[in-house]
Design a binder for this molecule. Structure first.
Ligand SMILES: Nc1nc2c(c(=O)[nH]1)N[C@H]1C(S)=C(S)[C@@H](COP(=O)(O)OP(=O)(O)OC[C@H]3O[C@@H](n4cnc5c(=O)[nH]c(N)nc54)[C@H](O)[C@@H]3O)O[C@H]1N2
Ligand SMILES: Nc1nc2c(c(=O)[nH]1)N[C@H]1C(S)=C(S)[C@@H](COP(=O)(O)OP(=O)(O)OC[C@H]3O[C@@H](n4cnc5c(=O)[nH]c(N)nc54)[C@H](O)[C@@H]3O)O[C@H]1N2
Ligand code: SF4
Ligand SMILES: [Mo]
Length: 745
């Protein structure tokens, strides 16, 4: 028998720091040393310096360790950090590979034409900034400052955001909203008047029953959650996993419900049916806190387990048994809200169903359910008021997506494509730390938008696909080589963490803060960057909360005490929810006002035609999206994705393990590269599965180029959520091409 601990590889794989610290790193370090003699000089004589991880957005705080020569050896977790409890996940441990990656961007690049061909030439920082500033001024003059936009996913977004707001635009979007958790935030806001945010306020540590709908914790390596799930399992919690694939989480579950993809709302509604009709809901809680129970009760009557069986393929007994299991554990039960929830376009309604189910079980505000998080208040230095933009991307949306509480990356992209109906004329993009080509679905649309631009600036650390479309490429140094703004996390208790450079930046790379400030100088916007450098700004902020840069350099993480004693609701406590009715809205008045269903309904989605299979995707424990695909340490652990195919299907197609094939989608798009077949019972016969982030097309990434295939390339059908504009990406179907695609072209 495998020990349950084996699944959560965080603690054991952290020791992999030692493995990385051996041969591979050493070779890289020595090669670098030969090429770049100054690389371990610098003012930092600490042998360990604090940082927080930038490999994913859990932002674990840790220590970068160096040897006596000042060479980076490893990164390990900071014991005081509530996000990681001293343990990094494999990606965080392997993060040092981002620093050592010899394919990194090394110097600013400018697009030029040579002999009628477009190419890049190396440029000085001043030349690059001069070019950007003059283009931005031109856009401002011809179209208005609002015709610029920022796409960002990562620390630098704060500084470029300030620059853009100062310039006069609020088109600032991150893919972590409309391509990720947006529908969840809107659904929980509509229900509880409060979003989930990050890190999620799920009290997994103390739960007795955790229901995972798609959320593939264990492959989704969001650190604190995975650790808590492991602890909960050790304490005997029941795990129920709903997934068409036998995920790692499913393998640790008492119940695996291999649902037919796209039918989750049916299951959720029938669970409500059982819980209400069998009287298993939390009567006092519903009476005291909820609005619209009678309407909900009437609404779910037709959604019986027998009905749901026909839709979901999950047996009625299993639906009843799992519903009872949840109610037994209540209120210490979590129907997990998920994170990447943009699946089928009705995602806000699916997440509403999740939120309502939690309310019936009385888990919101209860130990083992959802706790009330707190965040430290760290004041920012008061800046002059930003100019008020006269328009933004929303003007191109014709009044749609009013309930989106953040900008849509896909919306800004759409608003950049001139159309006869509406020319929003966004003409300039700054793209910081997001590989839009692999991040936004419908690549052709992204490319069309970029082709219409007058200016495309890309700030990145690696020569990712997106850099190949830029007019100017600005190479950022990695997170181990820079300061960034303080990490101010929400949690059971508030905490702040510092990131400081462990070493000087390699090559001619610079931090985003410096870039934004230099650009501000050229655009006469220095009033928004009153501090000469980021250290001064951080020190000022820290002093407002009784700490200092000097203290944080020593401790890395500061845990604060909660201001309010309201982690959970008190017994029978009166609670005012931030909704129209002041109650938990089982029946949403806000959705009704906007013309949407006040309670979630099931709608049937298209199914694959004969010979096609639904394309579903997810994460691997050792990679983050496409950002780690060239990381020497992590490619060592996994260097390509595979396509999971059910044995029944493999037999029909005569496919065998490890065979390489092309995939073709419903719109005739054929993958650029081939993918290795993995025949496995762990996937339903109507779907195929792959890990997102592979199939890179830029040759400058020598380890990632041509390895595996890109799910994004095959996502041409986008199911847009009418409520908030999220881009549902799981309505795509693929078939197999066993021929050699190239010989046909
Ligand atoms: N290692 C690693 N961890 C990560 C990340 C990473 O890149 N690498 N990224 C982080 C980020 S930003 C996010 S948003 C999260 C995403 O991670 P989650 O929010 O946990 O995952 P999802 O993308 O919702 O779900 C992927 C799972 O959904 C299943 N699935 C597919 N279709 C359906 C369906 O119709 N119904 C059901 N019930 N299940 C279905 C797939 O089989 C797969 O197991 O992961 C985070 N953690
Ligand atoms: N097809 C498909 N699309 C998806 C998803 C999916 O599963 N499948 N997942 C969605 C989700 S949940 C999310 S959150 C988004 C994630 O979307 P992104 O965050 O855009 O994902 P990445 O592909 O990792 O792109 C990150 C980029 O940042 C660069 N980078 C890394 N470190 C730094 C740094 O320190 N500074 C700078 N300036 N750049 C840096 C990397 O080199 C890379 O180009 O994608 C969404 N899109
Ligand atoms: S979960 Fe892993 S990759 Fe994400 S921040 Fe933490 S250590 Fe880094
Ligand atoms: Mo995400």
């Amino acid at each position: 028998m495998k020990s349950r601990r084996q699944f959560i590889k965080i603690s054991s794989l952290s020791a992999a720091g030692v493995i990385f610290g051996g041969g591979l790193l050493e070779t890289f370090a020595d090669n670098l040393l030969k090429k770049n003699q100054s690389f371990f000089k610098g003012p930092y004589d600490f042998t360990r310096t604090p940082t927080y991880c930038e490999v994913c957005f859990w932002k674990c705080a840790g220590w970068v360790h160096k040897d006596q020569n000042g060479r980076i050896k490893k990164i390990i977790g900071n014991d005081d950090d509530p996000n990681c409890n001293g343990r990094f996940c494999p990606r965080g441990t392997g993060g040092v590979g981002m620093y050592f990656d010899e394919d990194r961007l090394k110097t600013p690049l400018l697009r030029v034409e040579e002999n009628g061909e477009q190419t890049y030439r190396e440029a000085s920082w001043d030349e690059a900034f001069e070019f950007i500033a003059s283009k931005m001024k031109q856009i401002k003059k011809e179209h208005g400052p609002e015709c610029t936009a920022l796409f960002t996913h990562g620390s630098g977004g704060k500084y470029f955001g300030k620059l853009l707001k100062g310039f006069g635009s609020n088109n600032i979007a991150a893919p972590s909203y409309a391509q990720c958790r947006g529908p969840r935030e809107v659904a929980f806001l509509a229900t509880y008047g409060q979003g989930i945010n990050s890190p999620e306020n799920t009290d997994i540590r103390d739960t007795k029953c955790l229901v995972l709908i798609g959320s593939h914790l264990g492959e989704n390596m969001h650190n604190g959650q995975v650790q808590e799930m492991s602890d909960a399992i050790d304490k005997g919690a029941t795990i129920i996993t709903v997934d068409p694939r036998f995920s790692t989480a499913a393998s640790k579950s008492k119940h695996w419900l291999p649902i037919k993809p796209s039918t989750d709302i049916a299951l959720l509604l029938s669970w409500m049916n059982v819980i209400i009709n069998e009287g298993l809901f939390d009567k006092e809680y519903i009476e005291k806190y909820a609005f619209g129970f009678e309407e909900l009760k009437a609404h779910v009557q037709s959604y019986t387990p027998e009905w749901a069986y026909g839709v979901t393929t999950i047996k009625p007994e299993q639906i009843r048994e799992t519903a009872r299991e949840m109610a037994n554990a209540a209120p210490a039960v979590i129907v997990h809200p998920g994170r990447h929830v943009t699946w089928y376009g009705d995602d806000t309604q699916r997440l509403r169903a999740v939120a309502i189910l939690n309310a019936l079980l009385g888990s919101w505000g209860r130990r083992g359910g959802y706790y009330n998080p707190e965040k430290a208040t760290v004041p920012h230095f008061k800046l002059p008021t930003f100019p008020k933009p006269n328009k933004n991307w929303r003007n191109a949306m014709g009044g749609k997506y009013e309930l989106a509480d953040l900008a849509l990356a896909s919306g800004v992209c759409d608003a950049s494509i001139p159309t006869p109906e509406f020319d929003c004329s966004i003409r300039g993009w700054i793209v910081n730390g997001t590989n839009l080509i692999n991040t936004l679905p419908d690549q052709q649309k992204t490319i069309a938008a970029m082709n219409a631009l007058d200016l495309l600036v890309v700030v990145d650390t690696m020569p990712m696909e997106i850099t190949g479309y830029a007019d100017v490429v600005l190479p950022e140094c990695t997170y181990m080589e820079r300061y960034d703004s303080l990490r101010v996390s929400q949690g059971r208790e508030p905490s702040i963490a510092l990131r400081m450079p462990a070493v000087d930046p390699l090559y001619n790379t610079k931090p985003a803060y410096w870039m934004a400030r230099e650009l501000a100088k050229k655009l006469d916007l220095l009033q928004y960057f009153p501090f000469e450098n980021i250290e001064e700004e951080i020190d000022w902020e820290l002093k407002q909360v009784g700490s200092s840069l000097e203290e944080m350099q020593r401790i890395g993480v500061k845990r604060m005490t909660r201001e309010f004693d309201d982690l959970y609701f008190g017994d029978n406590e009166d609670v005012e929810f931030n909704t129209n009715t002041g109650k938990i809205e089982l029946y949403s008045t806000a959705l009704e006002e906007e013309g949407f269903d006040p309670m979630p309904k099931f709608t049937q989605h298209p199914e694959p035609e004969e010979g096609f299979y639904r394309l579903i995707y997810g994460r691997a424990p050792m990679h983050t999206f496409s950002r780690t695909a060239n990381n020497p340490n992590l490619t060592d652990l996994m260097d390509e994705n595979t396509v999971w195919i059910n044995p029944k299907v493999a037999k029909e197609w005569d496919l065998t393990n490890d065979q390489y094939i092309f995939l073709e989608n419903q719109d005739g798009v054929i993958s650029d590269f081939q993918i290795k077949v993995r025949v496995t019972e762990r996937i339903r016969w109507d779907s195929v599965y792959m890990v997102h982030g592979f199939g890179h097309t830029d040759k400058r990434m020598t380890r990632a180029f041509g390895k595996g295939i890109s799910d994004t390339q095959l996502i041409t059908n986008v199911m847009v959520d009418p409520i908030m504009g999220g881009t549902g990406m799981r309505g795509n179907f693929v078939t197999f091409r066993l021929d050699n695609k190239k010989s046909e072209v």
